[in-house]
Design a protein around this ligand. Sequence first.
Ligand SMILES: Nc1nc2c(ncn2[C@@H]2O[C@H](COP(=O)(O)OP(=O)(O)OP(=O)(O)O)[C@@H](O)[C@H]2O)c(=O)[nH]1
Ligand SMILES: [Mg+2]
Length: 409
Amino acid sequence: MVHQSSILIGIVGKTNVGKSTLFSALTMLPVKIENRPFVTIEPNIGIAYVRSECPHRSLNLPKCDPINSLCIEGYRFIPVKVMDVAGLIPGAHRGRGLGNKFLDDIRQANALIHVIDASGSTDEEGNPVKPGSYDPFEDIVAIEREIDLWMFSIIRNGWDKLSKGLDHVPQDQAIDRLTQRLSGLSIRRTHVVHALKRSGLDTKKFSLWDSDDLLSFVSELRKVSKPTIIAANKADLPESIDIIKSLVERARDRVIVPVSAEIELALRRASKAGLIRYIPGDPVFEVVDESRLSDRQRKALGYIREVMDRLQGSGVQRVLNVLVFDLMEMIPVYPVENVNEYSDSRGNILPDVILVRRGSTPRDLAYMIHTDLGEGFLYAIDARTRNRVGGDYILRENDIIKIVSAKAR
Ligand SMILES: Nc1nc2c(ncn2[C@@H]2O[C@H](COP(=O)(O)OP(=O)(O)OP(=O)(O)O)[C@@H](O)[C@H]2O)c(=O)[nH]1
Ligand SMILES: [Mg+2]
């Protein structure tokens, strides 16, 4: 089996906005959920799934045999790791609330889901208030700033010494060293290059950077190294409608997706209990047997249906898919051994799927599967066309690829 690339997505946001509810809906893991601030202290880690068309459908194969993923009615569900952490409040870097030290838990995150309470029913401190009485736009800005200040505090540590050294080596080496210094934050060289340019600091001597420079650098670094989607949660509450409209207008450079974590959680529970048929990400569900529902269940499902009509689903799967496929620019690729059967050596059809960055090549794919496979890489075969492709071929979405390598796996 090919292990899934280790994508880690951090769930962040103000306290009491529904982070753990979203986590639980995504992973089906039971976690503590309460309507008060600072319920989560220790991080929760679990597996969520992005959803994409399984190629077995378009190839008209009767079935597939997924091993590192799931296939439900023609949709491939591809695992990614998600992590739910403690909530923040503005001023966390000064120690307000729980502080922001626990953001250390998401150092390794490759992307973030920033959850906000789009119904406006939690105040600045995360206390419950009347829906519609608080403007969550403030939270978007404040939480982004807390994350910037957290990164700032990490890079600030030892900066004076580091920056003097950076001045004395060629820019290329300086970038390497800076990348090295930030590698614990899951930051790559291209991120550093990009952030230097975006902050206009690529021509300024490192030792001359002041705090504002450093802050604008980490802010650009955050945007490029941790692509973020805003999950406008509690979109089931009617107060969210106007708030989300106004958020979309004011926060134009952010991607905002309305969601109801609570409704997704209810759907997955009802589906697990056999009450409904629901494939995560579908805009609708089906009741298995109306006569088996209690009055309460019927009423609850009726309400859920109304909300889903309005949001075209719960929005939860959409958040994950847009983040991984659009903002992180990943594509699914299927490695196989046998190009005639689209199978592995044991005859399993389309057993594994790997998420790769757009622009990746078969050689990159080989390295992701195994270092030996990458080092011995000779060429690859596109199983759909049976054409040989070179190591520089750019992989496309849902490519089915056999790697031919001089070194056995
Ligand atoms: N109406 C509605 N309420 C929700 C939704 N998601 C979460 N909630 C409620 O919001 C409250 C807080 O949920 P949690 O998931 O514990 O929030 P959190 O962000 O993890 O909070 P902390 O861990 O304390 O920072 C609970 O009462 C949830 O039931 C939603 O989609 N709609
Ligand atoms: Mg929580």
